[in-house]
Design a protein around this ligand. Structure first.
Ligand code: C2E
Ligand code: MG
Ligand code: MG
Length: 609
């Protein structure tokens, strides 16, 4: 039982007893067990000894003169340096009360006197083993504590990394959400966000019908021309400035969005009546009255605005946007740089346009389009030199329609491409038929009107080649007419196409010359054969000297550029002689003939020679 705990360093035991025999016996026995033994024969020596060199265990006699064992114990327990030394009391008073007191004072064990040395050894051994176990537990706990601290630190760092990741992810998410709902050029809300907010307003109006709101649909006038002529970078810059100008006109709480391209929208919440929306529209028009400074030049950009006031009749936000767009379209139609408020009448007209659009599509398919031909006369010898093909639509319900009623819509909707192909094929085919039938027709030129969209459409040249191949018409007998505006927009692209057209021996005419905004300096760049003086100049020639001068100038310009002049809209003999006097080569107008059906045109060819 008296097995010693295996320790490398001898354990120190302090024996305290006033009886020298006891001291002697105990110290001899314990020393034999390789404990390092010290002795004290009274309480105060014991205290001193314990404090000077803290033992691993104290065997403490209770009954001693001077300080009793209990008092020694009390003092040792009161001192933090000695508090944890296990104390085994030795006492002759082997009764219960003593034992209880001994344990109450913090004693570790109690041995009655006279003691059995084996018992002492066993109890000492136990106490030391216990002590060693405590120490081990303590180190273990300390290590554990350290590990817990380490793990906590690791967890904390892992946690903070995680927190950071979560934060970054949140940021990324909110950036993605922001990007998904904003236009990246101007930073304004985009279409989705605008529609979302409009929907909220609409839902609110359904439950609070007295609350009104409005949508302003804003579009830059002629932005495409600016964008094409000054380049997309400048275009982007202008859009950013426009966004800033628009935001100057509304409060920061108002939703101003960029729908795409040059289209902006404003959601005006909680307005008293339409006047509030009109005020904002007027402010915008005023804001845009200031010219823009772009690339060291001053540029005036105007906007057109369509306004719709939301009423409880609206169920869907898309309908509001549609009606604002319709009002915008009207503002453009009425001359741009203005605002219009949507009304029922506009809706009816918009529906009409939509119907017409579908009908044009079907009209082409159902062969309702026809070509009329207006003779073009040589003013030198008054002979027929050719025809201009002018499209008409024999509408089953609406009756005979002139191109002015459907060409603009066809241009807007892109239907002009298929319409143009049809016209080109029909006119070429007609010329070929006449040429095959009538020898006089061989020298005739067929003029065909083409729009910028057609010229710029990717399949344009291929389609001409196919038509020429199919109809077997002589391409040098063909002439394409286009307006000035076509030449200004995207001029480099256009020059390439025009050169390709010229390479096919087809002639080119600038139609309605003089009505465009362009400067004349652009003209020499284009491989053009004819200038067609616009009807408005010819029309007013009789009246004012000024118009005469304009026609004269155009004629001189044409000569200088090696181009021939065709005068449009000759209606009187007086106009004819003035033009002849100016040396204008060709003429076209009601004085000679209105546009004719193919049959009447054919008769005219026959009559000529
Ligand atoms: P435009 O090319 O300038 O055609 C001349 C227009 O002036 C024709 O009107 C013609 O009828 C009219 N006109 C001719 N002589 C006189 C006259 O002495 N007095 C008056 N008051 N008017 C005269 P139309 O046929 O209504 O065509 C209008 C415009 O529609 C054309 O102007 C042309 O730009 C366009 N257009 C016609 N057919 C086509 C086509 O097949 N394709 C394309 N893209 N546009 C076409
Ligand atoms: Mg024309
Ligand atoms: Mg014309």
């Amino acid at each position: 039982m008296n097995r010693r705990p295996e320790l490398e360093v001898p354990r120190k035991i302090l024996i305290v007893d006033d009886v020298p025999e006891n001291l002697q016996l105990l110290s001899t026995t314990l020393s034999k067990q390789e404990y390092e033994v010290r002795r004290a024969k009274n309480g105060s020596m014991a205290l001193m000894g314990a404090r000077n060199n803290v033992p691993d265990l104290i065997l403490l006699d209770i009954n001693m003169p001077g300080l009793s064992g209990y008092q020694v114990c009390e003092q040792l327990k009161a001192d933090s340096a000695t508090r944890s030394i296990p104390i085994i009391f030795l006492s002759a008073q082997d009764d219960l009360e003593d034992k209880v007191k001994a344990f109450e004072l913090g004693g570790a064990d109690f041995i009655g006197k006279p003691f059995q040395i084996e018992e002492v050894l066993a109890r000492v051994g136990n106490q030391l083993a216990l002590q060693a176990a405590y120490a081990e537990i303590k180190t273990f706990n300390e290590k554990l504590e350290l590990r817990v601290q380490e793990r906590t630190a690791q967890l904390e760092s892992a946690n903070s990394i995680l927190q950071q990741e979560i934060f970054q992810r949140h940021q990324l998410e909110s950036k993605l959400r922001h990007d998904a709902l904003h236009d990246n050029l101007t930073g304004l809300p985009n279409r989705s966000l605008f529609m979302e907010r409009t929907k909220k307003c609409l839902d609110n109006t359904i439950s609070n019908p007295h609350e009104q709101f409005a949508i302003l649909f804003i579009d830059l006038d002629r932005f495409k021309i600016i964008n094409d002529s000054l380049g997309h970078l400048v275009g982007d810059e202008i859009l950013i400035t426009c966004a800033q100008r628009l935001s100057n006109c509304v409060t920061s709480k108002t939703t101003l969005a960029r729908l795409g391209g040059d289209e902006f929208t404003i959601l005006l919440e909680q307005i008293a009546d339409s006047n509030d929306a009109v005020l904002v529209a007027k402010k915008i028009l005023q804001e845009f009255a200031q010219p823009f400074q772009v690339n060291n030049r001053s540029l005036t950009i105007t906007v057109s605005i369509g306004i719709v006031i939301a009423t409880e009749n609206y169920r869907q936000e898309i309908d509001l946007l549609r009606d604002a767009d319709t009002a915008l379209y009207r503002a453009k139609e009425l001359g741009k740089a203005r605002y219009e408020i949507f009304d029922r009448q506009m809706y009816v007209q918009a529906m009409h346009r939509l119907e017409l659009e579908n009908e044009i599509r079907q009209g082409i398919l159902r062969g309702e389009l026809v070509l009329y031909y207006q003779p073009i006369i040589s003013l030198h010898n008054m002979k027929l030199s050719g025809f201009e093909a002018l499209v008409r639509w024999q509408h089953p319900q609406r009756g005979f329609m002139n191109p002015g009623e459907f060409i603009p819509l066809a241009e807007e909707t892109g239907l002009i491409i298929s319409l143009g192909k049809w016209v080109m094929h029909e006119a070429c085919n007609q010329l070929k038929v006449w040429q095959d039938k009538l020898p006089e027709a061989h020298s005739l030129i067929m003029s065909i009107n083409v729009t910028g969209d057609e010229l710029r459409s990717p399949g344009f040249l291929t389609s001409i080649d196919k038509i020429i191949a199919k109809t077997q018409v002589n391409s040098s007998r063909l002439k394409l007419e286009m307006t000035e505006s076509v030449l200004i927009e995207d001029s480099e692209e256009v020059i390439k196409v025009l050169e390709q057209i010229k390479a096919r021996n087809i002639q080119l005419s600038i139609d309605d010359f003089g009505t465009g905004y362009s400067s004349l300096s652009y003209l020499p760049q284009f491989p053009v054969d004819n200038l067609k003086i616009d009807r408005s100049f010819v029309d007013a020639m009789d009246v004012g000297q000024q118009n005469m001068e304009i026609v004269k100038t155009i004629s001189t310009l044409a000569q200088a550029l090696n181009m021939q002049v065709i005068a449009e809209g000759i209606e009187t003999e007086a106009q004819l002689s003035s033009l002849q006097a100016l040396g204008v080569e060709f003429g076209q107008g009601f004085l000679f003939s209105k546009p004719l059906t193919p049959e009447l045109s054919e008769k005219m060819i026959g009559k000529q020679f």
